[in-house]
Design a protein around this ligand. Sequence first.
Ligand code: PBG
Length: 322
Amino acid sequence: MPFPLHRPRRLRANESLRTLVRETLLAPSDFVLPLFACEGEGIRKEISSMNGHAQLSVDKIVDECREAASLGIGGVLMFGIPAHKDENASGAYDDAGIVQRAIRAIKQETPNLLVISDVCNCEYTSHGHCGLVVNNDVDNDPTLEWLARTAVSHARAGADIVAPSDMMDGRVGRIRSALDESGFSGTPILSYAVKYASGFYGPFREAAESTPQFGDRRSYQMDPANAREAMREIELDLAEGADMLIVKPALAYLDILSMARQRFDVPMAAYQVSGEFSMIMAAAANGWIDKDRIMMETLTSIRRAGADFILTYFAKDAARLL
Ligand code: PBG
């Protein structure tokens, strides 16, 4: 008879006891802040669906990074919005491109702040797809060349970690050999190994101006219904040389995160994406939920499910609360 011998409430009686037995802890260094670099100077172009987030010119990005560094957050994740987009995503692998200039400036001003660069083409193509479009679909193999050039260009600019998010087959291996051949054998690859074709990316596409002009991303991003396939994606990326993994989005995919945590012994991240952020902010703005509480609860659940660190638009807010 467990009761009355056992009373789990004994260990919940006060905050000191609860703190003593708490299983999952958060620290500012668990959070990575996504940032959007745009052309110009002194520019802060608010993203209407993502309260508190904006496209920032390089000078403003540097200010933001100083603040991020002083809060002790784990790093920043860099996206770029180029002035011109074309069919070949040429802005993505241009050494003088927007992200490359932002990375150089950040590494100069806040050298100890970890800079992760998102390696993808969708912000740079006129059609908004993540690679070379042939017959209304993204052609996998030629796209690998762009990705490899982009990753090397980011590393040359000073990126500490490159994070391919395009979901092309074979890109991790291709990026690994391109980095190695260019003298960047020490640059880790954080692979978005498991990225679902998700409606939760809606606000990001406004932020990054990367909505596909036709069709959708379902021929390269994963079907939300599939879990076993996620494990296979991870196995392949690790075989190709990925150092760390991302599961994305986070909250609707905690089962995937937990399954991956049990199977693979590499550092794992989860991306609490734009839609997850915006839903919480919108409900809080209506007074329906307590923003800080839900923010910490979701971040804790993502850590508990197995993420070592979290890419999140709450990075600064959460770090301030801790
Ligand atoms: C692709 C990319 C996307 C996100 C990060 N990298 C968008 C997409 O696949 O359409 C979404 C992130 C978010 O929603 O916060 N470069």
